[in-house]
Design a binder for this molecule. Structure first.
Ligand code: SF4
Ligand code: SF4
Ligand code: SF4
Length: 612
């Protein structure tokens, strides 16, 4: 026998999902820009494809990123994905090796044990196949049990919260959870009747359920298994499980160099579908851990954007600190997507930056830009410039008189044209100044200069530049012996990947307390973010205090950071610990500066940003 009507639900579901995936993949690919299509085509036959295949195995089947977060959670995901994959592969191999005269229909390997009770034609492979099929089924069942357990006791699997599902997700997840217990039941009933299984299904069939009316259960069991598969396949494209095929394509396109753009694109749609709604981003977010706001994180924002339009609250309630980005096992460019969505709904409608026409920057080797946050914390500017003076740096302080913006707020506010004009003007002025390097104290500005300006000179955060001066022996410091905690600002650590330089620099003047639990790319936000407008100062200070509770040790005398906004927020939020910028603590411990006297006089003449 090679056919039975019970296979229909599975076959219909499979036909539908295969067709759907092929159509969606085709749409996603043909809607990429011409340039992206060219890149994909050019890189298709390169090592990037090999690397994409390897990453698909590592992340799609073995879930390495989730393992890194929590072993039990990783084990759960791996068992479900890898175990199921192996059942499909082995089932196909088994059906192929079994002597037959025609091509196997797709349902045949899936329901092989229904159709073949006598496996002796497989010879010595019979034992291996029946054992492996039982082994991988047991593996998947253990994954399903953990997934079920996680809905009620998520903390055991390292998750403080599970994601709340919409109806279609509930239907899909129920079907998924039923697939494997039903398969186990169908195969155990068959093993009870025909001794077709191995250690697991034979044990269940012949010892556990042997008293049941197996003859009567035989067909209903296979029907139920097939229906569960069919329902899962049909609901899959509309539920969170579309992430399975979407993630594979995403991995390949990313390897070929396709990225999120400044506005939503086809690639955004692919990324939205690749979100598994695992909820890992909810746990990573300080709005959730400090303020108990746990319904605006990417899991929900992306979900609503995929189906329609997220509410204003969902769109705006985010500090853009990128902790979720760091935690997301799929690597979705979450903050970029939210930023692009915000652009569609600008908070302010007009801004004039025509004042910049009157600016001219004096010529110097170094252009220093404090940024408007820098101007709100003048002590940071003062210390940075004092160190420049001490090292004899030939610099021009280009926004000395304030007002000039790097353009980031315009970008964030969807005013792309105004931002373009401002950036072009700034760019021109910086080039005209003849500077060989642009240095800024504000990590947000540094990121903006590095990503939107296309400057031909390097853009450095002041911690990087001061470290260079120290290495060139143009600055020396006294080791104060003070124990300090260093806080990684979000935009500096996650945004620019600058974590080593500030530490190396700081160690010249103080001893780093190593008590920080959340450091470097996993650092906590100060709460002062300009990215969020709808939380109160009290809430911001609560976040700041929770961050300090996490990172500051009792032995620390200071909290040192490297962002004017973090410094300001931490200072205003509490009085327990004194907060300094990295430039301030260095200035306090400045020992000597060889070229101090000679160059200082020359450079001071150039500090003015002259208005004409
Ligand atoms: S955005 Fe990433 S972390 Fe958040 S639910 Fe989606 S896949 Fe999980
Ligand atoms: S960017 Fe930060 S605040 Fe926004 S959702 Fe992610 S973790 Fe939360
Ligand atoms: S990013 Fe912010 S702090 Fe930096 S200059 Fe622009 S507006 Fe000012």
């Amino acid at each position: 026998m090679r056919y039975h009507p019970f296979t229909l639900p599975f076959s219909i579901g499979l036909g539908f999902i295969v067709l759907y995936i092929v159509v969606m993949w085709t749409i996603w690919i043909i809607r990429l820009s011409r340039r992206e299509q060219k890149i994909v085509w050019k890189r298709l036959f390169s090592l990037r494809t090999v690397s994409a295949i390897w990453e698909s195995i590592r992340e799609g089947l073995l879930h390495r990123n989730i393992f890194k977060r929590n072993i039990l959670l990783g084990y759960m995901h791996m068992n479900l994905a890898f175990g199921w994959f192996m059942l499909i592969v082995l089932g196909n191999l088994e059906a192929r090796l079994y002597p037959h005269g025609v091509i196997n229909p797709p349902y045949y390997p899936i329901f092989f044990e229904f159709f073949r009770h006598d496996l002796t034609p497989l010879h010595e492979y019979e034992e291996i196949f029946t054992f492996l099929m039982d082994f991988f089924l047991l593996m998947v069942i253990s994954g399903v049990s953990l997934a079920f357990f996680k809905r009620f006791r998520s903390r055991t699997l390292g998750m403080k919260r599970t994601t709340r599902h919409i109806l279609i997700d509930r239907i899909a997840i129920t079907a998924l959870w039923f697939i494997f217990p039903l398969r186990l039941f169908a195969e155990s009933v068959t093993a009870g009747l025909y001794n077709t299984g191995h250690f697991f299904t034979n044990f269940l069939g012949q010892w556990v359920i042997y008293n049941l009316p197996l003859d009567y259960l035989y067909y209903p069991a296979w029907w139920a298994y097939s229906i569960a598969l069919g329902v899962f396949f049909i609901t899959m494209p509309f539920s969170r499980y579309m992430h399975i095929p979407a993630e594979i394509l995403l991995i390949f396109l990313r390897k070929y160099g396709v990225k999120e753009k400044d506005t939503h694109s086809t690639f955004t749609k692919l990324e939205l579908s690749a979100c598994s709604r695992c909820g890992i981003c909810i746990d990573a977010c300080q709005l959730s851990t400090s303020l108990n706001i746990s319904d605006t994180q990417p899991a929900y924002f992306i979900r609503d954007l995929r189906y329609s339009q997220p509410s204003e609250r969902l769109r705006e309630t985010c500090m853009m600190c990128m902790r979720c980005l760091e935690a997301c096992p799929v690597g979705i460019e979450i903050t970029r997507i939210r930023e692009n969505e915000r652009k569609e709904y600008p908070l302010f409608t007009s801004s004039s930056y025509s004042y910049i026409n009157g600016y001219k920057y004096p010529k110097a080797k170094v252009a220093f830009f404090a940024g408007c946050m820098g101007h709100l914390t003048p002590s940071v500017i003062k210390s940075t410039l004092a160190l420049f003076d001490a090292a004899g740096v030939d610099y021009t302080f280009i926004d000395k008189n304030g007002s000039i913006c790097c353009g980031r707020p315009l970008q964030m506010n969807g005013q792309a044209d105004a931002a373009k004009q401002l950036i072009a003007k700034n760019n021109h002025l910086i080039v005209e100044s003849g500077a060989e390097v642009l240095v800024t104290s504000c990590p947000i500005c540094a990121r903006e200069f590095a990503s939107s300006y296309h400057l031909t000179i390097p853009v450095l955060h002041h911690s990087q530049y001061l470290l260079q001066l120290t290495k060139q022996n143009r600055l020396r410091f006294n080791q104060s012996g003070l124990k300090v905690t260093y806080h990684d600002p979000c935009e500096l650590s996650r945004g620019l990947n600058i974590t080593r330089e500030p530490r190396e620099l700081l160690q010249n003047a103080a001893i780093l307390s190593n008590g920080s639990k959340e450091i470097e790319s996993k650092s906590l936000c100060c709460g002062g973010s300009l990215g969020i407008t709808n939380i109160s100062m009290t809430d911001r200070y609560k976040i700041a205090n929770n961050t300090l509770d996490e990172i500051v040790t009792e032995s620390s005398s200071y909290l040192v950071t490297a962002c004017p906004m973090c410094r300001k927020t931490f200072t205003n939020a509490q009085e327990k610990i004194k907060v300094l910028d990295i430039a301030e603590i260095l200035e306090k411990n400045l020992n000597f500066a060889p070229e101090k006297a000679s160059d200082k006089v020359q450079t001071q003449a150039k500090h003015q940003a002259v208005t004409t």
